[in-house]
Ligand binder design. Structure first.
Ligand SMILES: Nc1nc2c(ncn2[C@@H]2O[C@H](COP(=O)(O)OP(=O)(O)OP(=O)(O)O)[C@@H](O)[C@H]2O)c(=O)[nH]1
Ligand SMILES: [Mg+2]
Length: 218
């Protein structure tokens, strides 16, 4: 996909909110995964509008429940959702990004958040790979197309995608990519991979020439 670099994401109230192009295809995408895996960071990195976040201080309710291994400095957590938007101008595709809350006690929100979602990114941290099992199961059970993006934290051992696929027992058709959620171009590459995956899935069911062409050009 030839991505037209937009203005850097805004910081603060001066960040302009611009309406997406009227003729664009608008797609809802979930950014999911376990606690503290980088979902809010991911949405904030890529969003072309000031991202909405619902961060609150981590409270005692988290103690003994949420694994802070590797993110011990983390002091806040998402209590409802993250929201952001990114436009792939050349293809007229606008992605609306909904980050899920990671703490178990807020998982009941996932059903609501995923209504109407066409696809999902499941972020994984290889130090706590088991934390993404629930997200993988959730989207498999719903039949929502997703990919797994390994957020490579600085201190984490580097595994290749084949090792992660084997550890997760993932269907070979589910893409796995490596990323740094803090890095805008890296996070955009994840979303491009997801859009390609969605278009491939769509062309497999409809086998229309236009869908196949789109897959090749993203
Ligand atoms: N080193 C490193 N740190 C990261 C990366 N992504 C996120 N972080 C940090 O890890 C912590 C967790 O990030 P969040 O984006 O809040 O994680 P989250 O998945 O939204 O967390 P919850 O909403 O609480 O589940 C933060 O302190 C980030 O600064 C990364 O790729 N590398
Ligand atoms: Mg969060």
């Amino acid at each position: 996909m030839a991505y037209n670099e937009p203005e850097p994401p805004g910081n603060g109230p001066e960040a302009p909110y611009s309406e997406p192009a009227a003729a664009s295809t608008q797609v809802k995408i979930l950014i999911a995964g376990g606690f503290g895996v980088g979902k809010t960071t991911f949405v904030g990195s890529v969003s072309e509008i000031e991202p909405l976040s619902t961060e609150e201080l981590i409270t005692a309710a988290s103690v003994g429940v949420d694994d802070l291994g590797g993110v011990a400095e983390k002091s806040t957590t998402t209590v409802a959702l993250d929201f952001g938007r990114i436009t792939f101008d050349q293809h007229g595709i606008v992605l609306y990004l909904f980050g899920t809350p990671g703490q178990r006690r807020f998982w009941f929100l996932w059903n609501e958040l995923s209504a109407g979602a066409l696809g999902a990114v499941v972020l994984a941290d290889t130090r706590r790979l088991e934390d993404c099992f629930e997200a993988v199961d959730f989207f498999e059970n719903r039949g929502t197309h997703f990919l797994v993006a390994v957020n490579e934290f600085d201190a984490a051992f580097r595994y290749d995608t084949g090792e992660v696929r084997a550890a997760l027992g993932l269907d070979p058709r589910v893409p796995i990519v490596l990323c740094d959620a803090r890095d805008r171009s890296s996070a955009i590459a994840v979303l491009r991979a997801l859009v390609r995956h969605l278009l491939t899935a769509a062309s497999a069911t409809s086998a229309t020439p236009s869908a196949s062409n789109s897959v090749n050009s993203v």
